[in-house]
Design a protein around this ligand. Structure first.
Ligand code: FAD
Length: 377
């Protein structure tokens, strides 16, 4: 299907634009920007407030009802552990006294994304750099919020159940997003930095032709990885980022699903519809995979391990579960187990990563949290 996106006037419309801006003048709301939360404070097992750094000052806000933590799947477990809510052994290593011994940070599920293979198009149906840099595109975007600059990165989306999908679960294992451009498009290196792609790899892979020639990239997202990662403290200093261990491809079946997605892409390129627009595989050896026979399973395996990056969908680090579920951090009302006056409401509570991009589900979590809080649940 065609991808759906939250956009307005050709721009992405964030939750800050949609929810916060319209509410920011309410008398019962204070928003502090450039502010770093360092700790949730407890009196025994009851959360009493939040300490944060604002500019050069350290401040504390006391709560009369409860603290609602929404710092995301990296930030929420980080703040909880700094505050004494986390695995006791781990906290003890950093001399943090334990308020509640919970598996915080331990169920990191992500969507690794393979940006491979790429296909040339005979017809000019994709977005090229020349098109984007034209006066016409600039006028279309600035006056009407339309044209190639307003184009969202991923044009088409679909889900697949490959041969490697777990038959017991019955879920699709791959989401395909077709990108009507190539990575060589990124002249400012924004995407390279965001994806953490190695400069030497980029140079060796020779993306220069992407700037002028129509290209389509097959982006395959692994929807339900068996490999599970973890967020850990590096120190007890709140300004030290936590350690993020995504643990990609710990389980070989994750690689197999992505290898199958490449094989499906080659079949897809052979269909009548794609042949009609002159789709042809870009026959460029992936740097580092030269030793394998081209198009063999070992070669595809190497390509998967080389051209995969994060899609930025971390979830599960403050997993929701039943009150007696020892792997859960929050209960079904999103209340942190074993303490009072503290909830988590963000992507970190997802017990199982969703078969889709994560933003809409996170908004649903927040809407549900708001309903539960208002109804006193
Ligand atoms: C580059 C990128 C592209 C994406 N594209 C898509 C997409 O196309 N579609 C889609 O569905 N999803 C997309 N996502 C994923 C989506 O943005 C996330 O699933 C969603 O934002 C998660 O919401 P959240 O509230 O859990 O966390 P976040 O949106 O990360 O919000 C957490 C907030 O807490 C703040 N914070 C963290 N720690 C602290 C602290 N100590 N003190 C103060 N503040 C703190 C952070 O600055 C942040 O503002 C994308 C993500 C990224 C990064």
């Amino acid at each position: 299907m065609k991808s759906q996106a939250n956009t307005k006037d050709g721009k992405r419309w964030s939750t800050a634009e949609a929810y916060l801006r319209p509410a920011m003048h309410r008398s019962n709301l204070d928003i502090a920007i450039n502010t770093h939360v360092t700790k949730i404070n407890f009196d025994g097992k009851k959360a009493t407030g939040v300490t944060f750094i604002h500019g050069a000052e350290k401040k504390t806000v006391h709560v009369s009802k409860e603290v609602i933590l929404s710092a995301g799947s990296i930030g929420s477990p980080h703040i909880l552990m700094l505050s004494g809510v986390g695995p006791k052994d781990h906290l003890t290593k950093f001399n943090i006294s334990t308020v509640a011994d919970l598996p915080v940070g331990q169920h990191l599920q992500e969507h690794p994304g393979l940006m491979y293979p790429e296909f040339w198009l005979e017809k000019p149906l994709s977005v090229t750099l020349d098109m984007m840099n034209s006066w016409k595109a600039s006028i279309q975007y600035n006056l009407f919020g339309k044209g190639p600059i307003a184009y969202q990165l991923f044009d088409t989306v679909g889900v697949l159940k490959t041969k490697a999908a777990d038959p017991k679960r019955g879920l699709p294992d791959i989401q395909i997003q077709l990108m009507p451009m190539g990575l060589g498009f990124d002249t400012d290196e924004v995407v390279y930095n965001t994806l953490g792609l190695d400069r030497n790899f980029i140079k060796a892979y020779n993306f220069s032709e992407h700037k002028t020639r129509p290209v389509m990239t097959w982006v395959a997202i692994l929807l339900h990885p068996k490999s599970v990662g973890e967020i850990r403290l590096q120190s007890s200093d709140a300004l030290d980022p936590p350690e993020i261990d995504p643990n990609y491809f710990d389980d070989d079946s994750d690689v197999k699903s992505l290898v199958e997605s490449i094989k499906i892409s080659l079949q897809f390129a052979e269909t009548k519809a794609l042949k009609a627009i002159g789709v042809k595989l870009r026959d460029q050896i992936v740097p580092g995979c030269e030793k394998h026979e081209y198009k063999s399973d070992n070669y595809w395996d190497c390509a998967v391990r080389t051209v995969t990056a994060t899609i930025y969908h971390p979830t599960g680090t403050c997993k929701m579960g039943a009150i007696n579920d020892q792997t859960a951090v929050v209960d079904p009302q999103l209340r942190v187990r074993g303490v009072r006056g503290l909830r988590v409401a963000d992507a970190s509570i997802m017990p199982e990563i969703v078969s889709a991009n994560t933003q809409a589900t996170t908004v649903m979590v927040a809407e549900k949290a708001a309903d539960m809080i208002l109804s006193g649940a």
